[in-house]
Design a protein around this ligand. Structure first.
Ligand code: ADP
Ligand code: MG
Length: 300
């Protein structure tokens, strides 16, 4: 590629809100055959709200107490689902005395474990997905059907257990960005294969994928495995672009032939990428690909 054409290309891209590292990234953009989109924060807004709290019969009359306990347990987590739960707990949780956490542990891709101290007890609180409950021998059967229904609607269900017993189900909903479906339709129209990758459960992932027109879904992928999933597409012959925003996404962004960070995301994700979308609008990827095809055609 001639330096002048590349400068023109990257300059035009900047006007569109796309920061392209170098001429090589522009050339790779042109050759992409599969786009892998992270779900949370990329396809969806990344700021979920709590949409429902369900309890087991044991906790039915202590719902506000459960909300307060789970809210306090989540206070130590940086995950977006935690923010939704703690915000709800601030408004709707209540407990006779003071609660504080004496220990906290986050299990990536699964949930959290916290020990709390209240005036009368020291409850051990687990919050997370089915894998997290299975790992701690919590029987989720009483709320499993409710969880499956929530997932089918696109919600993310998280079980809560107190002292080794299932107590409740917290459902958060993270709405898709208004432009996501349009962007995905345009990527498919350019002949690209579009994939979703997420740590979220299969039911939720399928429901969101259906809302935005994605046919290929990789769900329940642990943070450490996202890069491996990108590598398997590469092994199948694809030139891959990975789009993500989170710290979790950094290894996959680095693994992909083209890493595309959402500018509103974490610095770690941006550092691991070849391209940054200044805003969070996925349609700018379509513009980038169209532009790269035009620019490289001019060079030839
Ligand atoms: P992603 O960022 O792709 O949505 P993660 O790998 O971060 O996925 O998380 C996967 C799943 O683990 C979440 O959908 C949720 O069910 C569970 N999880 C993660 N962090 C927490 C948390 N702080 N509290 C409860 N559940 C959590
Ligand atoms: Mg994300």
């Amino acid at each position: 590629a001639t330096p002048t054409a590349v400068m023109v290309g990257t300059g035009k891209a900047a006007e569109l809100g796309i920061l392209i590292g170098d001429g090589e990234a522009l050339e790779t953009t042109r050759r992409v055959t599969a786009v892998v989109l992270d779900k949370t924060g990329t396809i969806t807004r990344g700021r979920p709200d709590l949409s429902a709290v369900h309890t087991t019969t044991t906790w039915e009359h202590r719902r506000h107490e459960l909300v307060a306990l789970v809210g306090e347990a989540e206070a130590g987590s940086e995950h977006p689902v935690a923010a939704a739960i703690t915000a709800h707990a601030t408004q709707h949780g209540s407990h006779g005395g003071r609660i504080r956490a004496t220990s906290f542990e986050a299990v990536p891709g699964q949930g959290i474990i916290a020990t709390l101290r209240t005036t009368e007890a020291e409850p051990r609180v687990l919050v997370g997905n089915q894998a997290h409950m299975t790992a701690h021998q919590i029987d989720t059967a009483p709320l499993a059907q409710t969880a499956a229904e929530a997932a089918a609607q696109g919600g993310t269900p998280m079980y809560a257990a107190i002292d080794g017993q299932l107590a409740g189900l917290f459902v958060v909903a993270d709405p898709v960005k208004p432009e996501s479906a349009d962007a995905i339709a345009q990527l498919k129209a350019l002949g690209l294969e579009v994939w979703m990758v997420t740590g979220d459960n299969t039911g939720t992932a399928r429901a969101i994928a259906a809302q935005v027109g994605i046919d290929h879904v990789m769900a329940e992928v642990l943070p450490a495995d996202k890069a491996r999933r990108v590598a398997s597409l590469q092994a199948a012959g694809h030139i891959t672009a990975m789009v993500g925003d989170g710290i979790n996404d950094a290894p996959a962004l680095a693994q992909a032939d083209l890493g595309i960070a959402i500018g509103t995301g974490t610095d770690v994700a941006i550092a691991a990428s070849d391209i940054t979308l200044v805003g969070g609008d996925l349609r700018t990827i379509v513009s980038a690909i169209a532009l790269s095809r035009r620019t490289v055609a001019t060079i030839k």
